[in-house]
Design a protein around this ligand. Structure first.
Ligand SMILES: Nc1ncnc2c1ncn2[C@@H]1O[C@H](COP(=O)(O)OP(=O)(O)OP(=O)(O)O)[C@@H](O)[C@H]1O
Ligand SMILES: [Mg+2]
Length: 227
């Protein structure tokens, strides 16, 4: 489903007169359809940067990310054009980032329902499905119509997870999805991810929590190059 080959990222720091910082070097790994790949490695080894390159928040410096896309067939995400990336993000790949990007004055339920509206689902059905995922993640009903800006760290993260999984993406990227959660919420998220995987979602995730990684992953890639 995804084959990463010789992927590297070097950051050019314009404010530091073009000085370069190595993000990560020569990453080669792959994941089969319906399986989950865990990425581990010490802080600063480049786990988040690899995920951001797959989602193309970052443009890789070298190497290839071959993704077997539904719309385009096998496509190299390191070279795909902006239009292709936007389309793929909209309909195939979702990213649970480390923190929720707050959208001002949008309620929790609408934050979660929004990706469905973009793909033609009606408002009522979208909100109903959003309520289902929020309930599954243990968010109290009283918070559905509140604004996530005032939520606790763990609540924000569960909203973030709900928003990323509501469409049951073809490929799910995750950056420390359970980092700010307690044991109970972590277990709920693990169950939700297992359920998604059983329905066919392929996953690539960076984890500090080895227990979570082992619960979800079929294979593990260790980042140990660089610094
Ligand atoms: N936008 C950026 N500009 C410059 N350097 C960056 C940028 N993003 C990441 N880096 C550098 O790339 C290296 C890898 O960072 P990254 O965040 O990918 O590590 P990580 O493995 O996810 O770490 P952690 O476990 O702490 O989350 C670090 O040295 C970091 O400073
Ligand atoms: Mg990181």
């Amino acid at each position: 489903m995804v084959r990463i080959n010789g992927l590297s990222k070097v950051f050019k720091m314009h404010i530091l007169k073009g000085k370069t910082i190595e993000g990560f070097k020569d990453v080669t790994c792959s994941v089969k359809p319906g399986q989950a790949l865990g990425i581990k490695g010490k802080s600063g080894k480049g786990k988040s940067s690899v995920l951001k390159c797959i989602y193309r928040t970052y443009m890789p410096s070298r190497g290839a990310i071959e993704y077997d896309s539904k719309s385009y067939g096998v496509i190299d995400l390191a070279r795909a054009n902006e239009h292709e990336i936007i389309n793929i993000r909209k309909s195939e790949i979702s990213f649970i980032t480390q923190f929720l990007h707050i959208i001002p004055r949008v309620t929790a339920i609408d934050v979660v329902a929004e990706p469905l509206l973009g793909s033609g689902v009606g408002v009522d059905e979208a909100r109903e499905r959003a309520a289902g995922v929020l309930t599954e993640l243990g968010i109290p009903k009283a918070l559905f119509d509140a604004f996530p800006s005032t939520f606790s760290g763990g609540e924000k993260q569960r909203i973030n997870i709900a928003r990323s999984v509501i469409k049951a993406p073809r490929l799910l990227l995750m950056d420390e999805p359970t980092a700010s959660l307690d044991k109970k919420s972590t277990m709920t998220v693990v169950e939700l991810l297992k359920g998604l995987k059983a329905k066919g979602t392929t996953m690539i995730g960076a984890f500090h929590d080895m227990w979570v990684m082992e619960q979800i992953s079929d294979s593990i890639y260790e980042m140990d190059g660089g610094l």
